[in-house]
Design a protein. Structure first.
Length: 410
């Protein structure tokens, strides 16, 4: 395989213009920030998202990314936070639709692994073993991966397998995750002391740096696989993937980092500051490495935080998880859980007010212009408010959980 070349650097004038032009997007409401110090108010805004979804006609997309499995994750989370049976019923109805409509796509965000992950969220929220059985059925139907990434490939499928193993202790799931790790190891492209992957399993496919399709997301799965197995091979690959991401960073001001999406960059490859491509997503890998005791990656996390804090709220219009305010602010919450820095939590609360609109004497969730989905719409925005209510107690649902979480309902 041909090793990717070094990145091309954008002119500083272009970067300055992009940052300045983004200042007017997603305005905040500082008066509402204090409201979000109350977990009950955060949960109430999540319920607003859930009720807006229930008022709409259900879709026929089964996926987490843009369909019913993502809706089920939100409703399960609200049930866990409130214990209100109506939300468990809503989650069950959404997962029923997802299971009935899912096909052969094995992906975490796009297919069966994601539907299985939503079933796990329902099991964690309710304790109902029927949801665990459904997650197991989703796993039994998984096809071999055709891609390497988190969205639809081996890394994302592996995340689901690790979570199913944590929930059941089933050796077959850990074995399956190991096979996925081995498959990724055989497709790793060595570049000096780093590694990267083509997104698809062919010689012409592009190489990405970010969490959704590239080395950051794949490295995250391999790190969690190393922790689950104790296998130093996977830890070495994870660290080399992180070094690849860091190696291809470009300066953003004095202390921040930005990235092209691909290595080498293709013509017109825009700089993105969002979960899928850029510092908010790449920072999640560095945060996990620091959590694992790899202090050498703390400066990389700090550089991702610098750019995310400065430009993440205004980089792109909208509030969604994939490329909007909610998804970018998740890095602030993860860094808060890691460091205990209250300023990060306060910043996340301020950003969350950009997802609200004045209504009478108060504020309401801004629901217009969003579909119902997790990554692009209201389900992901609503779940972000659940995270605001208790960041340490409400992990990101499409990541590897540290273990089963107790439910909040009866």
């Amino acid at each position: 395989m041909t090793a990717p070349g070094p990145p091309r650097h954008l002119p500083l004038l272009l970067l300055a213009f992009t940052a300045a032009g983004a200042e007017e997007t997603n305005p905040v409401h500082p008066a509402a920030a204090d409201l979000l110090r109350d977990p009950a108010r955060c949960i109430a805004f999540a319920e607003e998202a859930g009720r807006a979804i229930l008022a709409r006609k259900p879709g026929d997309d089964p996926s987490v990314y843009s369909g019913e499995a993502g809706v089920a994750i939100l409703h399960a989370g609200i049930y866990r936070a409130t214990g209100k049976k109506e939300w468990l019923d809503a989650a069950r109805a959404a997962i029923d639709r997802a299971v009935a409509a899912m096909g052969d796509d094995p992906g975490l965000h796009t297919g069966r692994a994601g539907v299985g992950q939503a079933c796990l969220e329902l099991h964690r929220a309710s304790g109902d073993e029927a949801f665990l059985a459904r997650a197991r059925a989703c796993a039994k139907g998984l096809a071999d991966p055709k891609a390497t990434d988190v969205i639809r490939g081996a890394a994302g499928i592996g995340i689901f397998r690790l979570n199913l193993h944590a929930a059941t202790g089933g050796k077959e799931d850990l074995d399956a995750a190991i096979r996925l790790g081995d498959w990724l190891a055989t497709r790793a492209i060595a570049v000096d002391r780093t590694v990267c992957w083509r997104v698809d399993d062919d010689e012409t496919s592009r190489i990405f740096t970010g969490f959704s399709h590239g080395a950051a997301g794949i490295g995250y799965f391999l790190l969690k696989l190393a922790q689950a197995t104790g296998d130093a091979r996977f830890l070495d690959l994870a660290e080399r993937a992180a070094r690849f991401v860091a190696r291809n960073a470009m300066p953003d001001g004095r202390d921040g980092w930005i990235w092209h999406r691909t290595v080498p960059p293709i013509e017109g490859d825009a700089i993105r500051i969002q979960w899928c491509h850029g510092p908010p997503g790449n920072g999640l890998l560095f945060a996990e490495l620091v959590r694992a005791g790899k202090e050498a990656f703390r400066p990389a996390l700090e550089r991702c935080l610098v750019t995310t804090k400065r430009r993440g709220r205004t980089a792109r219009s909208g509030g969604c998880q994939c490329h909007g305010v909610a998804g970018n602010a998740e890095l602030l919450l993860e860094a808060y859980v890691l460091t205990g820095d209250e300023a990060l939590l306060a910043e996340a609360r301020l950003w969350a007010t950009a997802l609200l609109a004045p209504e009478g004497d108060g504020f309401a969730l801004a629901t217009e212009g969003y579909d119902s989905s997790y990554m692009l719409g209201l389900a992901g925005i609503g779940h972000f408010f659940l995270r605001l209510a208790g960041p340490a107690d409400t992990p990101l649902p499409l990541m590897v959980a540290d273990g089963p979480r107790e439910g909040g309902g009866g």
